[in-house]
Design a protein around this ligand. Structure first.
Ligand code: AMP
Ligand code: ZN
Length: 467
């Protein structure tokens, strides 16, 4: 079976044919770094990471670019309100630059805990302003821009096929709804800012000089300019969450294709949302982070496992109990892999059967990344009658794509604070100080970590808080 991907642009599954096989250019919209990323954001990054790993497993040479939005993303996607970075600065009494730096680092720490591969290029918007200015100049030359009191705007009525990714119906909705509050001087409700002027009465912390005056780039131009710089004017795949379809990606297509006269991206892929009951928003502050999962005694990789329960194009409801059962399953799988490693005998492999089960697993992924089906094949292996060596081999092979670190012992990904306590406890036991060791055991229990002493040493189990 060939790799089939659902293309939001054509609204159907298509056989994937890269422009220059085996090379694949992949752009994924990155974080806006004014706060911690929430687990909803990470659902999208996890889907993109498994996708990239699957492409690489299938033999493609992927060039993965993910931007960092450290300027220009306004509180409303409709070019109004303050810059999120400056809002973060006021909230924390820091500079916008410090906020960007702090949350960029925090994002990559969390990403590492979720075992997300590092993108090959991570361009920051603040370091690519000249490229954005160049692109706006190209659009200006071709007559796609106009000036208002607050910035330089893209005239969407001049771009034939504007909004083709959403279909007319949604754009009509947009016209009468979402953007009403934007600049009254706009010629069309769907027009969007390419360059915003700094306010006259207030000094912005992040601003640049430009042919149009002091200001900063619009969020949409950032992604078009940076993706084309690193992947070329036409490239293979662009991903993001579904909330980006109607505005951000629609505008990216318009400005990129208007500037170059060439098709921008061949396949657009969008991940559905994680639902947590009330809308989880970084701006509202009501969100769950990777850090909050850890504080409750969860291994962040349990959340990665949890995300496999739904197709990336289906909504997924978050629940602490479901997450706890994902964690239990993950622990069980790791125990199996460890056990099968001890028991396995050389030559105990069943290569023919392995190949057929591997193909079955890969076919699930080749069918527009069907994660739940792929997971079902994994469970078939666990419960099936392959030899222990083959089972172990298969799970580790699948794990190259799933990224669950199945060969890691449970204790290896505990937070440093817990690891320190475990060390102290071992030391207390070694010196016969059992009162101290019991006290530490209680402290660990409070953090959702259970320690069982066995002849082979302490065995760690997690007991996360689910309410
Ligand atoms: P942002 O940092 O707001 O630019 O968002 C980063 C990524 O997370 C984007 O691809 C969004 O589409 C995605 N995203 C935002 N909220 C959710 C959610 N609840 N579930 C899944 N993805 C989301
Ligand atoms: Zn983007």
């Amino acid at each position: 079976m060939q790799l089939q991907l659902f293309n939001t642009l054509t609204r159907k599954k298509e056989e994937f044919k890269p422009l220059k096989p085996p090379h694949v250019g992949l752009y994924t919209c990155g974080p806006t770094v004014y706060n911690y990323a929430h687990i909803g954001n990470f659902r999208t990054y996890i889907f993109e990471d498994i996708f990239r790993r699957a492409l690489e497993y299938l033999g493609y040479k992927v060039q993965h670019v993910m931007n960092v939005t450290d300027v220009g993303h306004l509180v409303s996607d409709a070019d109004s309100g303050e810059d999120k970075m400056e809002v973060g600065a006021v909230r924390e009494g820091k500079t916008a630059w410090q906020i960007a730096e702090f949350y960029t680092q925090a994002f990559f720490e969390d990403a590492k805990k979720l075992n997300l591969l590092s993108p090959h290029v991570i361009p920051r918007a603040t370091q690519h302003v000249p490229e954005m200015v160049g692109m706006i100049q190209a659009l200006e030359k071709k007559g796609f821009t106009y000036r208002t009191l607050d910035g330089i705007y893209f005239d969407t009525s001049k771009f034939k096929g504007y909004g083709r990714m959403t279909g007319d119906k949604n754009i009509q909705g947009l016209k009468s709804g979402a953007r009403i509050e934007a600049s009254p001087e706009k010629k069309n409700p769907t027009d969007f800012a390419l360059w915003k002027f700094s306010p006259k009465d207030k000094k912005r912390q992040m601003e640049w000089d430009s042919p149009w005056g002091m200001g900063f780039p619009g969020w949409h131009i950032e992604c078009s300019a940076m993706s084309m710089k690193y992947l070329g004017e036409t490239f293979d795949i662009h991903c993001g969450g579904i909330d980006h379809i109607a505005i951000h990606h629609t505008n990216e297509i318009a400005q990129a294709e208007a500037a170059t006269g060439k098709p921008f991206v061949r396949i657009w892929m969008h991940g559905e949302f994680l639902n947590t009951g009330a809308k989880m928003a970084k701006s509202a502050g009501n969100f769950i982070t990777v850090r909050s999962l850890e504080e409750r005694g969860f291994n962040p990789l349990s959340y990665r496992f949890f995300c496999l329960n739904a197709h990336y194009r289906a909504p997924l409801d978050f629940g602490w109990e479901t997450l706890a059962s994902s964690q239990k399953s993950l622990e069980g799988l790791r125990d199996h892999v460890a056990e099968w490693g001890v028991k396995s005998v050389p030559g105990g492999r069943e290569i023919k059967k392995e190949n057929s089960v591997k193909e079955k697993f890969l076919d699930c992924l080749r069918d527009d990344l069907n994660f739940p089906q792929a997971l079902a094949v994994l469970w078939e292996v666990v419960r099936g009658n392959l030899s222990d060596s083959s089972k172990r081999e298969m799970l580790l092979e699948f794990d190259q794509i799933l990224g669950l670190c199945l060969d890691r012992p449970m204790g290896s990904d505990l937070v440093p604070e817990v690891q320190e306590l475990l060390q102290k406890r071992t030391e207390a036991r070694r010196t016969g100080n059992f009162a101290a060791s019991d006290k530490i055991r209680k402290e660990l229990e409070g953090k959702g970590i259970l320690v069982e002493d066995t002849p082979e040493g302490p065995r760690i189990k997690r007991k996360p808080k689910i309410s």
